[in-house]
Design a protein around this ligand. Structure first.
Ligand code: E4P
Length: 218
């Protein structure tokens, strides 16, 4: 299972990369805005900076919502670095753009996916990744993880090669459940991934080991 960090913060990306287990980065327009990145040139330069830190896939989202604009923007983004993956929203023109990118050797991440039907369209259009938003589904009292299970089942039956990227992950349980449900990738803020580390018995055990070592060596 791949681990992508879901942020546009260079500090957070560097910290995640230093763990040695980072496989990529996902961003979106909200995350870019949160870092104060505005204007085409600054956006491009920011993606360049991310790609200099990370060898793995870096998702860069288009802003356009019509086909021609998405194609133009996606081509520009894909030209930044070989590891850029163009992030395209699950709308009608987005499906058309995904097909264009597939036919032109540009890798994609289909975003804002909330149903198995949308995931089928993304796979049919040749998306490299499909991003079901777990947390946002849970937020409206539906079952985000059930969607991952459905998509994993459908993709296995149909032999679709699109990778399932569990997105909008909020905590360590989401990550473990997504792994069990068949997600290929999880993306989340670094804090959620670091939640995987936590167990009180690890803390108690370590404290005991260190105390015993100190006693034996004093
Ligand atoms: C995915 O690529 C999105 O950037 C992200 O996971 C959305 O998460 P949120 O629902 O926490 O904003």
């Amino acid at each position: 299972m791949k681990f992508f960090v879901d942020t546009a913060s260079l500090d957070q990306i560097k910290e995640a990369n230093e763990l040695g287990i980072l496989d990529g980065v996902t961003t979106n327009p909200s995350l870019m805005a949160k870092e104060g990145i505005r204007g085409d040139e600054n956006v491009i330069n920011h993606y360049k900076a991310i790609c200099e830190i990370v060898d793995g896939d870096v998702s860069a989202e288009v802003i356009s919502t019509e086909y021609e604009g998405m194609v133009e923007e996606g081509r520009r983004l894909a030209g930044i670095a070989p590891n850029i993956v163009v992030k395209v929203p699950m709308i009608k023109d987005g499906v058309k753009a995904l097909s264009y990118f597939r036919d032109n050797g540009i890798r994609t991440n289909c975003t804002l996916v909330f149903s198995a039907g949308q995931a089928i369209l993304a796979a049919k259009a040749g998306a490299t990744y499909v991003s079901p938003f777990i947390g946002r589904i849970d937020d409206i009292s539906w079952d985000g993880m059930a969607l991952i299970e459905q998509i994993a089942e459908i993709y296995a039956i149909q032999g679709f090669e699109t990778e399932i990227l569990a997105a909008s992950i909020r905590n360590a349980k989401h990550i473990v459940d997504a792994a069990r449900a068949g997600a290929d990738v999880f993306t989340c803020p670094l804090s959620a991934a670091l939640g995987l580390l936590k167990h009180p018995l690890t803390d108690i055990g370590l404290e005991q080991f260190l105390a015993d070592h100190k006693k034996a060596n004093s």
